[in-house]
Structures are given as structure tokens and as C-alpha cells.
Design a protein around this ligand. Structure first.
Ligand SMILES: [Fe+2]
Length: 224
């Protein structure tokens, strides 16, 4: 069955960050959702306009600033709803206009397109991934070549291990990953390809995972 949505990837900058935001447009209704609106409002507005899309929802994988920076201006412009997990909103006291919270397994509909919210704590207390047909949007839980750090408030490497194991049970080899950052291959590769590149994904013992994730590194994002 063909996917019911079109997917557009935005690579957005604000020193020192490079983030990926995504626009999902339901093919029939043109209703749309933005995942993790990061930086640079104009490219997002232009894309929405050029695709004839009607922005209905903002989906947040977690509350970190580089994933939520444009929530306020987008809500002001489009009057769209903002979705974040209940755990994430509660732990970090995340607030904005038109905020609504979801539970693990809840579905959000964008026209004919169903998006399933999957709680994946570890990088943040109530982080989530979003699954649409053939695609998984992973925020800072899982990157193509790594996974998010677990050292900031609410982070937990044991929870991260469990979340990655859970992702393995959800995806197919041909499922495509769309993370919040990417440091090598661009977003959209398959889990088949990810498996060959991602050490964190391949470690199957929790203790080994935790000590590897929590080792001292001196890179800014500590993703590898
Ligand atoms: Fe983050």
C-alpha cells in the first residue's frame, strides 16, 4: 500500500546546532504536521506554502530547546496544536499555547495519516519517537550512527538501552529513520543500513551499553 503522506526534510542551522525538522503532508487532505521545529522560520513557512499544506500539528519528540525553538511563532501563525508526551511536559514543566499531551501508543491523525507515539525515554525523561507508515522519527533517541546523550537532567542510560531494544521490535529492515541530528549519512536511510553503522544499536547487553554510553568523551554532542 502506498503511504498516505508526503515527507519533506528541512536541514536547519543555528550555531552550534544543525537540526533536522520534518514536514508530513497528508496527500489527500493537505493537512500537515511539523516534527521538532528547530531554527529558521522562513524555510518552514515557504515549504508549507509551496506544498499547499495546512499546518494542523506540531509533534515534539522532546522538550530540548533545539527541537522546540519555533513552537511559539508557528502556533501564532497557524493556530496549530502542539503534541508532547505527558511525562516530558510534566518533568520539565514544558508549557506553550495549544499544548496537548499523549501517552505511549496513542495515535495522532493528520488527515488519513496515522502517526503512533512511542515513548522512548533515555535522552530525556519523556522522550518519544513517532512512527508513520514506513518511517520512524527518532529525535535524539537514535541517530543513524549513534544515540543521544544520557547525561542531562532526566537522562538515563538504562532507559535508553530499553528504548533502543523496543525500537528494534517496532521497525522493519526497510523502515526509514529520520533523526533530529545526523552526523554522517543524511536522514532517510533504512534500519538495514543503520545496523551496519550504529554501535549503540548493536550492543545487546545493558551493562555494556551503559558503560559505553557514559564513557568520557570530549565532543560537543557526545553522540559517538
Ligand atoms: Fe535533545
Amino acid at each position: 500500500m502506498a503511504a498516505t503522506y508526503e515527507l519533506y526534510t528541512l536541514r536547519l542551522h543555528s550555531e552550534p546546532f544543525i537540526n533536522y525538522s520534518y514536514l508530513i503532508v497528508d496527500t489527500r487532505t493537505r493537512e500537515a504536521a511539523v516534527i521538532d521545529p528547530a531554527w529558521e522560520l522562513n524555510p518552514i513557512r515557504s515549504l508549507i506554502a509551496s506544498k499547499g499544506a495546512v499546518l494542523k500539528s506540531i509533534l515534539l519528540t522532546h522538550s530540548h530547546h533545539d527541537h522546540t525553538n519555533l513552537v511559539k511563532p508557528l502556533v501564532s501563525l497557524y493556530g496549530c496544536d502542539v503534541h508532547i508526551s505527558r511525562d516530558e511536559a510534566a518533568f520539565y514543566s514544558f508549557r506553550c499555547d495549544r499544548l496537548t499531551t499523549f501517552e505511549d501508543g496513542q495515535q495522532i491523525r493528520i488527515g488519513d495519516t496515522a502517526i503512533t507515539c512511542i515513548l522512548t525515554p533515555g535522552h530525556s525523561y519523556g522522550g518519544a519517537c513517532f512512527a508513520a507508515e514506513g518511517s520512524l522519527f527518532t529525535g535524539d533517541t537514535l541517530y543513524i550512527e549513534g544515540c543521544g546523550i544520557c547525561t542531562t537532567a532526566g537522562g538515563d542510560p538504562e532507559a535508553m538501552f530499553d528504548s533502543i531494544q523496543r525500537i528494534k521490535t517496532i521497525v522493519q529492515p526497510e523502515t526509514r529513520i529520520y533523526p533530529g541530528h545526523s552526523f554522517g549519512m543524511p536522514p532517510g536511510c533504512t534500519f538495514d543500513q543503520l545496523e551496519e553503522r550504529n554501535i549503540y544499536y548493536s550492543i545487546d547487553k545493558k551493562e555494556a551499553f551503559v558503560s559505553f554510553r557514559m564513557r568520557r568523551t570530549n565532543t560537543l554532542f557526545q553522540f559517538q
